[in-house]
Ligand binder design. Structure first.
Ligand code: 5GP
Length: 191
């Protein structure tokens, strides 16, 4: 997606530890027009698979999942919650994720009420790096016996193990902006 790559180059910042800061349109302030374009792109990629639910992980995945749903069939969006929430029932699918940006291990939960074996799930997220977050969502779908029909990623760090790790479990994976590498002077190189 050319426009997305241009935006990342223009407005993004590479922080130590290969963290790309795109707070101005994706991770803090949300540019709804950009998110809508992302939603349209995912809708084009995955509409033929007829997902019944869009699954993501809080926080930044939520807007992406909503835009995707609005451009598909208005499927319900479910977002996995990180950490312990006192207002969540105990009847949950639970997995674990080691955060790329903080290094902290979180528990990741989805209520059994919102995902089950009748679901055909499209998973979307903002970044794919080592694949921890996506692995936890795949694990939750496995526990629910739900079928994962596709995975949509906005920004993929293709030089890290996540992509290959996840592709082994779901072949139908689309990455809108594929980063081949980040040079020593913090220049982003695209695939
Ligand atoms: P992974 O679990 O694949 O290692 O990393 C993906 C998760 O970490 C995403 O859900 C995203 O929130 C976060 N993440 C990974 N890399 C970056 C990055 O460069 N910038 C930001 N803002 N988040 C990232």
């Amino acid at each position: 997606m050319k426009k997305l790559k241009e935006l990342i180059e223009e407005k993004g910042e590479v922080l130590p530890g290969d963290v790309i800061k795109v707070d101005c349109f994706l991770n803090h302030q949300i540019d709804v027009d950009v998110i809508d374009l992302i939603g349209k792109e995912f809708a084009t990629c995955f509409s033929n698979l007829k997902p019944t639910k869009i699954l993501t992980i809080e926080t930044s995945g939520v807007a992406i999942a909503q835009a995707t749903s609005l451009n598909l069939e208005h499927q319900k969006v479910v977002f996995a919650k990180k950490g312990n929430h006192f207002n969540m029932s105990d009847d949950v699918y639970a997995s674990k994720e080691k955060s790329f940006t903080t290094g902290i291990e979180y528990s990741v939960r989805v209520s059994k009420e919102y995902l089950d074996k009748s679901d055909k799930v499209l998973i979307v997220d903002d970044f794919l790096a080592n694949g921890e977050a996506m692995e936890s969502l795949l694990d939750i779908c496995k526990q629910a016996k739900a079928e994962v029909v596709g995975i949509g990623i906005v920004i993929g760090k293709m030089y890290l193990p996540g992509y290959e790790r996840i592709k082994k479990q779901c072949n139908n994976i689309e990455v809108l902006a594929k980063i081949k590498n980040i040079s020593d002077d913090n220049t982003i190189m695209w695939e």
